[in-house]
Ligand binder design. Structure first.
Ligand code: PRP
Ligand code: ZN
Length: 287
């Protein structure tokens, strides 16, 4: 059998779109996602993609049905005995929070003492309550946790909050953050060497895609007298490229800047005399 890596991704939900977009950005072509498709083979990379319920992904990875998976860290920790987080992907950020009906008065965590809490994440919730010396009755339910208070099943809930709209539409308010989560890549403990190699290839591509997304290529013109000052402002990977312009006494500077510092840098560059500033997206960034 030729060696392939099996990647489990969420079939539908908060992580699906971003997970598949990332795989595509890595140049892995698996021919689009028809609805209801549960398996797809990549045509140009030794990989097969399995579309699964997110809660099942850690179990499948632990059992070796899939080699690696993309899941929320909350799911990875809650459900995975024998898997490791090999890479933090940084997207689909959310929090696991305690929430109660919005009409209830809330003082602090001890309000939950002896109360019933409904959740799909009993393990994470139990750890948190224990750390904070609160004991409550945890009811594990696998879905529609948000309706538990209104049907009298629990005083509060502990569930994933992203935009907060699910809580809002169920008349609940977030009162404590139990755990902060993001998408992570998990793998089994004992991945065979050849699959490990393919995983490293994939991670190499993911890093290249993600650092490209975080950076921009910048070009600008400046009078030669201002170059020293401008070079101080441009961080660059090493140092900026400086090329003479056809016009005497002027140069063109090229560099890479981080999106987070973008607007500050642009303003400082203008103040230092830069002109004709061009900012261009980067397709891939290696090393
Ligand atoms: C979570 C949670 C809510 C929703 C919250 O589901 O159970 O339904 O996201 O998002 P919001 O704050 O933006 O409204 P999740 O994505 O974990 O899917 P699953 O529970 O169906 O697996
Ligand atoms: Zn789920």
């Amino acid at each position: 059998m030729t060696n392939k890596i099996r990647i489990a991704v969420q079939k539908s939900g908060r992580l699906s779109e971003a997970s598949l977009a990332l795989i595509k950005e890595c140049g892995i072509d698996f021919g689009g996602t028809g609805t209801g498709r549960l398996k797809a083979e990549a045509s140009n990379f030794p990989a097969e993609i399995l579309f699964l319920r997110d809660d099942d992904i850690p179990g499948y990875v632990a059992d070796g049905v899939a080699d690696i998976g993309i899941v929320g860290e909350n799911v990875a920790i809650e459900k995975s005995p024998n898997t490791n987080i090999v890479y933090r992907l940084g997207f689909s950020k959310c929090r696991l929070s305690l929430a109660i009906p919005k009409g209830e008065i809330y003082t602090n965590l001890t309000d939950f003492e002896g109360k019933d809490i409904a959740t799909s994440y009993p393990k994470l919730l139990q750890n948190y309550l224990k750390e904070n010396n609160v004991s409550a009755k945890i009811h594990e339910i696998s879905g529609s946790v948000e309706i538990a208070p209104s049907i009298g099943l629990a005083y509060g809930i502990c569930d994933i909050v992203s935009s907060g709209s699910t809580l809002l539409s169920n008349g609940l308010k977030e009162v404590e953050v139990v755990f902060r989560s993001e998408a992570v890549m998990i793998s089994a403990d004992n991945l065979p060497a050849e699959k490990q190699k393919i995983l490293e290839k994939l991670l190499f591509r993911i890093r290249a895609v993600q650092s490209a997304q975080k950076n921009k290529y910048i070009l600008l013109n400046a009078p030669n007298s201002q170059i020293d000052e401008i070079v101080q402002i441009l961080p660059g990977i090493k140092s900026p490229t400086i090329l003479p312009l056809a016009v005497d006494g002027w140069s063109s500077l090229h560099s890479v800047i981080n999106e987070d510092d973008f607007w500050d840098i642009i303003e400082n560059l203008k103040n230092a005399g830069a002109e004709g500033i061009l900012v261009i997206p980067i397709e891939k960034m290696i090393g």
